[in-house]
Design a protein. Structure first.
Length: 434
């Protein structure tokens, strides 16, 4: 036999081309079956980290998957540099037979990739009900860059998926702060059936982060969403985190019918001298009111910044990151809020969202200045937090390279580390973080 690298490359090539006979031939030439297994587990593409099982799953070759898992006994939950497991790849490829086989062979059905997506997330994104049912028992509240599986299902208006997830125990009020609540997602996706399902499951119409379901419904031309939420006891008055009350959101888009519905149940706002349907709409769009709105926004941003600084001083990093998320929603043209959020999420050990925010900041400000770490700002500090995690994971892995629990963590950390490099403009920038 050739060198380990040559054997590994031959194994990868055979799997990628669907050549089971070649895989068997390589195995038969091996002096030690355990050595063959080790090469299958550890040899992977340098750029992606995908090993032989990933390649077999990608092309949907059931017999190769069966050979590798039952005969060679490869590690079934191997991760790519992006944290993708063979099961996730099978779900994305909609290879249902392989999905069933992997689950029956003990694959972890709740493993998440670097963006938090689990096999269940991908089943929802594919609108694949058969696979969703196979994944019963998966962690249904897993948070990803796209939200929980329920948030994604509702955003897609997939009624059957919503029913399935609720039957599997999904919290109808649960949400990831990076995405709207399920009820708000239902209004935005214009899925009245999803809205009714969520309310029937006792979703709280007054629970939200950035935009309340009622505020979203107030902007819709079809007022059945608004009326349904009001009937479910959505409160048009006591919603302290709304920058505007729902009646103002309706006035903003000249939705007169919605203003008329909300007017009898909304407490008078002193800022409107003429508290009538016409008066509210006219005042909202007047030059004087625009100035008042801007003053209100500026004041609120100042309050949010003070709250974020206070939370940070008390090491309440997660809450502070939510405060800055609210600030970025009110002031989307200012990427400073994103950079602060990224740093706080890194400190809170939320590396997935810290990296995503760091990348978002760099997309908004690709020419941002970076100097030596002792002079860096929040965004560089966030990157350094991720780099430190990579170095610690690398050290732990080097001390115990065959630790199955550490191996996936090391690969994910390595992806975070090198993914950050891909966003940087020059070698000088990269070296500034060393």
């Amino acid at each position: 036999m050739g060198s380990i690298s040559e054997i590994g490359a031959a194994i990868i090539e055979a799997a990628a081309s669907g050549d089971l006979n070649q895989l068997r031939a390589i195995r038969n030439k091996a002096d030690d079956i355990s050595e063959y297994q080790k090469i299958c587990d550890e040899y992977s593409d340098f750029t992606t980290g995908r090993n032989v099982l990933h390649h077999a799953v990608e092309i949907g070759h059931f017999e190769i998957c069966k050979f590798l898992i039952k005969t060679v006994k490869v590690y079934i939950d191997a991760l790519t540099y992006k944290g993708a497991s063979p099961l996730s790849e099978a779900v994305k490829g909609e290879h249902v037979k392989i999905v069933k086989f992997l689950i029956n062979q003990g694959a972890d059905i709740s493993l998440s990739d670097v963006e938090g997506f689990t096999p269940l997330h991908y089943a929802v994104l594919k609108d694949n009900m058969e696979v969703m049912k196979l994944l019963k028992g998966a962690w249904v509240e897993a948070v990803s860059a796209g939200g929980t599986p329920l948030q994604i299902a509702v955003s897609r208006g997939n009624v059957q998926a919503v029913k399935c997830l609720l039957s599997h125990g999904a919290d109808p009020s649960g949400y990831c702060a990076a995405v709207d609540t399920p009820l708000t997602c239902a209004v935005k996706s214009r899925s009245f059936e999803c809205l009714k399902l969520l309310l029937a499951a006792k979703a709280n119409p007054n629970s939200y982060f950035s935009l309340s379901p009622l505020a979203s419904a107030a902007k819709e031309g079809d007022t059945k969403y608004l009326e349904c939420l009001l009937k479910a006891k959505a409160d048009p008055n006591s919603i302290p985190r709304d920058f505007y009350k729902p009646i103002e959101d309706a006035a903003m888009v000249h939705n007169r019918t919605a203003v008329e519905i909300l007017f009898p149940v909304t407490k008078r706002l002193e800022i409107y001298p003429n508290w009538t349907v016409n008066g509210i709409i006219e005042s909202f769009h007047s030059e004087e009111f625009k100035t008042l709105r801007e003053q209100k926004r500026t004041t609120y941003l100042t309050e949010l910044e003070a709250q974020g600084m206070q939370d940070t001083s008390y090491k309440q990093y997660r809450h502070a990151s939510l405060v800055y998320r609210m600030a970025s929603l009110l002031d989307p043209a200012n990427p400073t809020w994103i950079s602060k959020r990224s740093l706080l999420l890194a400190r809170a050990d939320e590396s997935i969202f810290a990296l995503l925010d760091a990348q978002e900041y760099i997309r908004l400000k690709p020419d941002f200045p970076v100097s030596h770490p002792q002079h860096t700002g929040d965004i560089a500090a966030a990157a350094n937090q991720i780099f430190k995690k990579f170095l610690m994971a690398g050290l732990a892995f080097s001390l115990d390279p065959y630790n199955e629990a550490m191996f996936p963590e090391f690969r994910v950390a390595m992806f975070d580390y090198f993914a950050s490099f891909s966003q940087m403009s020059s070698p000088d920038v990269i070296l500034s973080f060393s």
